[in-house]
Design a protein around this ligand. Sequence first.
Ligand code: PEP
Ligand code: MG
Length: 587
Amino acid sequence: MVKGGGGAVGIAIGKAFVLPDPEWDLNDYQIDVSDMAFEFEKLHEGVRISKNELQQIKQEIAEVLGVEESNIFDAHLAILEDPVFMNEVAGIIQRQYKAAEVAVKEVVDKFVNMFDLLDDEYMKERALDIKDVGTRLLKHLLGGHEETKPPEDEPYVIVAKELTPSQLAHLDASKLLGIVTASGGKTSHTAIMARAMGIPFVFGVEGGIQTGDMLIVDGETGDVYVNPDESVNRMYRERRRRLQQHRERLKSLAGVPAVTKDGREVGLSANITSIHELEQALKQGAKGVGLFRTEMLYMDGHTWPKEDEQFAVYREAAQLLQGKPMIIRTLDIGGDKQLDYITLPEEENPVLGYRGIRISIDRRDMFKTQLKAILRASAYGNIKILLPMISSVEEIRKAKEVLELAKRELREAGAPFNDGIPVGIMIEVPAAVAIADMLAQEVQFFSIGTNDLVQYVLAVDRMNERISHLYEPYHPAVLRMLQLTVEAANRHRISVSVCGELAGDPDALPIWLGLGVHELSMSVQSLLGMKKRLIESAESDAKAMLGQLLACRTSAEMKELLHARRPEEPPGAEHADDGEAYGAESS
Ligand code: PEP
Ligand code: MG
């Protein structure tokens, strides 16, 4: 078994098709001065054809997967329009008398190596974008390059050093069982697309697989079995069958009310980044959107998204929701999330640095643009504004100043909006917990971001693999922080919900019920599994357990208690394995 990282959940069982790296037959000869005009003509023609192709793919993806997913290709178009990139290519042709294809290859390699060297996942993924565009352009400059095509008649698991979004877009989704790559990461565009397409994806697997090998790909654990023996095969086929069955059963829960055995209703909402995810969430019976992470709107383009562009997305979401609530979080970049069109200062400790609300307050125009777009969409639905990374009362007041400015401008322009739009804050920094009673008097609601809260309370970088064993949401310190936050919200009669990953972990349910949190927002894949646990649980049991949980001195004790008190399965129902996966099942 080879171990990689889980990029998109689901189990794929099928034959491997290994995508070879394209080999370019480049003659590094010197061109004649008289040929220079020809080389430039060739270059411009190659760029033109590549751009047309990209526009076409973008349109196809927009039709199949939605506009957000298709925006991935804007990054590729931007590279072909980037003066730095194109000037370097032109310089090599002009000064070194090299053919256009040789110049393009040199510049692509230079940028790819430069970005690859950076210890930054986001930049590494941008290297993949450049390589993807470079390959496309080279194909047109050289002409006649035959790509190795996957089999058309049988399903396969694609295995590649790297798989670019445009390569993925060109594969026949009905034949594609799974994806295994050497490079990439959970936040790569390829992973985002794989999740949207429901195809299991494992990254970080280098070599050792040949075309025709039988593979088992577990997109949740990141395990890949190459030519597994019969017992593993049988185990995974059985697991896949159970997952399929489990998913079917869960589907029937979409319309079932989210109520415990003893009548406590809990709002189960979705965390989304796109309209496509919202559609999925609605199919699964989500109560609304508890967290719209707007970063993707900013990451996919090559410049700040305009007010109208953002407004169109927020309005479409509001209309799809038909009055169901939607909490839109203002931009939360910085830390591991960067935008390639603004240069943020390099920082020793980015997660303790220039991020979230700190950037928004600093760049008021950008912030105001987003707030105006959200406000305008508030005329079309039940929208609330959520501010990330708040650690002081001053930050809320400064943010509200910009909000008032945005409202004034809209009023002057005669644009309709909800003047009483509720404003809430993420509770994800320990300082916010310590002064939660004060913050509660400034806003209408709290949303607890356990992902960051765990990181900051325990001083464990959530991106650092070396200390990932210390990143423990079931830690007594975290539980106390949660309790303090909920108590402060209750005392000041504001609502409190949870939107970090812990909100979608069925084992954490007794904590939420025990503390009296009745709104949970989670990734779309977690919704039905959580509802299943909820309807099998009783609030009274959770309330009785809370005291015991608070008395636990170690994470192990907490987890033992929570596991021991899992509700009994109703007769005939089987659990999928721990950490149930609901991804694409393939045959
Ligand atoms: C969180 O920190 O828990 C959260 C929901 O926000 P993000 O994961 O986007 O930082
Ligand atoms: Mg956060």
